[in-house]
Each structure stands twice: as structure tokens, then as C-alpha cells.
Design a protein around this ligand. Structure first.
Ligand code: F6R
Length: 272
């Protein structure tokens, strides 16, 4: 797991947007896994800016979102489809037919979830999955206790999640109790994962995810089993990490490698 600690949210956002833009430039028909919520918002704003000012081209990109509330149509302002349209898709040149979000109105859930998994597979798998993290360590709607092998499925939300989300729905009774979510097993099959964590409200979850044991009680900890995960965070989210010095050292060496400063790494150039 690569642990990147930035001084502030703006630098986190820039780092994440650069990673996505690098992939889109290198592989214009890449498959992106996307998340909703406050964590990726700044990243989406920066991608919109890159599209507008630098011509970053999304025309051949395919996207799969992690989750959606059950019962909400895509035009409901609380739906994750609406969130993605207003915060990203409507402002870039993505082909709407290539944007996939679980259908909150699907009635045959089992068939729908199977078809979502199949669509990911047929698209060639997810090249880069963007993730946020819940204060209890959840990723997507995989609440504590979710099976680490889980696939896209119907999930009952925990009371805490329902309470947390009540602020968006005006009244707790309006908060959907069910969601469709990619499973942990689905997420672990992405080729790369990029998690964003902002603020000290996430510090406990970040600490458990990176330095705690792998456990279904903190579903993000399953990322320790993935071979290519980067977690980028601000100082607040990093404040409980015990191996901070080591992560900073790794980043320093990584930067020297990426910028070709081999002499500073003590590596002699081989002239042969
Ligand atoms: C949403 C999702 C969730 C959020 C998490 C953090 O698609 O996957 O797991 O990433 O609840 O939410 P924020 O970013 O709003 O703190």
C-alpha cells in the first residue's frame, strides 16, 4: 500500500486528479471506477478544469460507480446518478452510454447485480477504482461485517449510516434503508485502487485500514490484500498513523526515482 500524506485537501485533490488524468491520457479507452460523497468532489472539479483548459478527453472512457440507493430514480437530487451528472458527467465530454451506475429502481435485484458484474467484466475490468472511506472504515456501501469476498449486491444500511445521511434527505424517514453496492471482492479485482481520505474524522478508519488487521469489521482493510493501492490523505486523516516517518521516507525516494535523480539515490549510472 502506498501511503501519501499531503499538507492539505487541495494537494490531495491535485494528486488524485493527476493520477486519473495520467491514466486517461495513457489509455484513452480506460475503465474508471468512481465514487460519490464529499471526498472525490474536489478531484472531479479538477478533472472538469483539466477537460476545459487542457482538453483532457473522456470521449472513450467508460465508468462504473460503486453504489446507488434503492428506490431513487436518476433524476432524484439525492440519487448518486444525479450526483455524478451534476458534479462530473455534465461538464466533461463523456459518452452517457458509457457511464454505469447501479439502477436504484431495478426490481429484480439479483439479476441486476449479476448483470452489473458482467458489464464490468465485458468492459475489460476496472483500470482504476477511486474510493472514499466512511468514518467506520466502509468502502462503497460495504458496512462493517460485509463479507470480504462479496460481489455487487443489495445491502441493508446500518442505522449509523442512515443517521449520517439524514442531513441530505431533510428527514430520517426519507433516507433509503437499502442500497446496491459493488462488493469488496468486486473492488479487489480492480487493477488499481486510489483512496482519498480527508479530515480527522477519518483518522481512526485510516489508521485501522492501513495499520490494523484485515477484518470485515473495517471493510477498507481488505485493501491490504490488493497489490496496487494508493491512499492519499491530508494531515488530519493521517494524524493517528504510527509509521508516518517511514511513509514520508518512501515518498521521498519515490519522488527521486520518478524524477530520475538516481545520483541522489546512490545509484551509479551504468554506461554500457
Ligand atoms: C460513495 C461511497 C462511500 C463514501 C464514504 C465516504 O460512493 O462509496 O463509501 O466514499 O461514505 O463518504 P464521504 O466522502 O462523503 O465522507
Amino acid at each position: 500500500m502506498r501511503v501519501v500524506i499531503k499538507t492539505d485537501a487541495a494537494s490531495v485533490t491535485q494528486f488524485a486528479a493527476n493520477k486519473i488524468a495520467e491514466l486517461v491520457r495513457a489509455k484513452p479507452d480506460c475503465v474508471l471506477g468512481l465514487a460519490t460523497g464529499s471526498s472525490p468532489l474536489g478531484t472531479y472539479q479538477e478533472l472538469i478544469r483539466m477537460h476545459r483548459d487542457e482538453g483532457l478527453d473522456f470521449s472513450r472512457v467508460t465508468t462504473f460507480n460503486l453504489d446507488e440507493y434503492v428506490g431513487l430514480s436518476g433524476t432524484d437530487p439525492q440519487s448518486y446518478r444525479f450526483f455524478m451528472q451534476t458534479n462530473l458527467f455534465d461538464h466533461i465530454n463523456i459518452d452517457p452510454a458509457k457511464t454505469n451506475i447501479p439502477d436504484g429502481r431495478a426490481l429484480d435485484f439479483e439479476a441486476f447485480c449479476e448483470s452489473y458484474e458482467r458489464r464490468i467484466e465485458e468492459a475489460g475490468g476496472i483500470d482504476l477504482q477511486l474510493l472514499g472511506i466512511g468514518a467506520d472504515g466502509h468502502i462503497a456501501f460495504n458496512e462493517p461485517g460485509s463479507s470480504l469476498g462479496s460481489r455487487t449486491r443489495l445491502k441493508t444500511l446500518m442505522d449509523q449510516t442512515v443517521r449520517d445521511n439524514a442531513r441530505f434527505f431533510g428527514n430520517i424517514d426519507n433516507v433509503p434503508r437499502l442500497a446496491i453496492t459493488m462488493g469488496i471482492g468486486t473492488i479487489l479485482e480492480s487493477k488499481k485502487c486510489l483512496m482519498i481520505a480527508l479530515g480527522d474524522g477519518k483518522s481512526e478508519a485510516v489508521w485501522q485500514t492501513i495499520e490494523g488487521p484485515v477484518t470485515a469489521q473495517v471493510t477498507a482493510s481488505a485493501l491490504q490484500l490488493h497489490r496496487d493501492v494508493t491512499v492519499v490523505m491530508d494531515e488530519g486523516a493521517a494524524c493517528l498513523l504510527r509509521r508516518r516517518e517511514y511513509y514520508d521516507n518512501v515518498e521521498q525516494w519515490q519522488n527521486l526515482l520518478e524524477t530520475g535523480q538516481f545520483d541522489r539515490l546512490g545509484i551509479q549510472k551504468n554506461d554500457n
